[in-house]
Design a protein around this ligand. Structure first.
Ligand code: A2P
Length: 275
């Protein structure tokens, strides 16, 4: 799969990723192995998903070399102090990548409960970045105000990635515009709208036109928006299907039609986060 540069770093991110939220144990391991076999080279985990060790185990079992796989994980919240949060991140890194391992991308999962914890966590991520244990660092579910606030304390700014919910019905245009202006890569979680809109008739008509599934159209839409989609599936056939999106392109008219489906709604984790 193609890769996109991560501004100000020496690394790049595969444009399609595999999401593992709600996959656990052996079925998580199997899904990751299926994904690697289907050609994905980018796996998106998080402390919150409670499957970092399963992702790590699958990568160990896979014939694909660690350096050819891009692994993301996310720290959920402060563990109580800078030192404890640093330790918590190190545990996550070692779960997904073994002792002395590294992650390709480490994110703060949500803006959470106030500036103090955001500042502490960003300091931890900067330290891990300086130490080479995270090849890139970023945020998730951040709004422009949170990223602007970072200027007051960040040594590394802008964050390399902001991961938010993105699909035609949830386009978060203000955040997207802000991140594009700052060269912050946008990773798209729930690119299939969690399956909620796969029966949408407008989407269905476009899928028929290209002889592709609705899910493939949504992944293609994200790619053509320069978002990094992270579709999830626990099913081998759908895992393969979702990676089979590099042999066609949506025309401008269809992109515009899908654009028109936006409901102007904020992402899944809003507004609970806003503090
Ligand atoms: P399953 O795991 O049974 O494949 P999102 O990535 O937006 O969060 O959406 C994930 C949901 O979409 C899951 O319920 C997943 O179910 C379903 N899904 C994933 N790929 C496809 C596909 N190609 N066709 C239909 N449903 C899909």
């Amino acid at each position: 799969h193609d890769r996109a540069p991560l501004t100000n770093t020496s690394s790049s991110i595969p444009k399609l990723g595999f999401g593992v939220y709600q996959l656990y144990g052996k079925s998580c391991q199997k899904a990751v192995l299926d994904a690697l076999e289907a050609g994905y080279r980018h796996i998106d985990s998080a402390q919150l998903y409670r499957n970092e060790a399963d992702v790590g185990a699958a990568i160990q079992q896979s014939p694909i070399q660690r350096q050819d796989i891009f692994i993301t994980t996310k720290i959920r919240q402060s563990a109580g102090s800078f030192e404890k949060s640093y330790q918590s991140c190190m545990e996550s890194i070692e779960k997904v990548s073994g002792k002395d391992g590294y992650v390709d991308l480490l994110l703060i999962h949500i803006p959470g409960t106030g500036r103090e914890s955001r500042e502490e966590l960003w300091g931890v991520l900067e330290k891990l970045y300086a130490e080479g244990r995270a090849k890139a660092i970023g945020v998730s579910n951040y709004r422009p105000q949170h990223i602007e606030e970072m200027k007051e304390y960040a040594k590394v700014w802008p964050p390399h990635v902001n991961q938010i919910e993105l699909h035609p019905w949830c386009q978060q245009r203000e955040i997207v515009q802000y991140c594009e202006d700052k060269n912050i890569v946008l990773a798209a979680y729930s690119p299939l709208s969690c399956g909620d809109h796969l029966n949408d008739p407008t989407l269905g008509a476009i899928a028929d036109k290209y002889n592709k599934s609705p899910a493939q159209i949504l992944i293609r839409f994200a790619l053509q928006k320069n978002w990094v989609p992270l579709p999830k599936s626990g099913n081998t056939d759908r895992i393969k299907q979702n990676a089979n999106v590099f042999d066609f392109a949506l025309d401008q008219g269809d992109m515009k039609t899908l654009d028109g489906l936006d409901r102007g709604r904020a992402g899944a984790l809003f507004p609970a986060n806003v503090k």
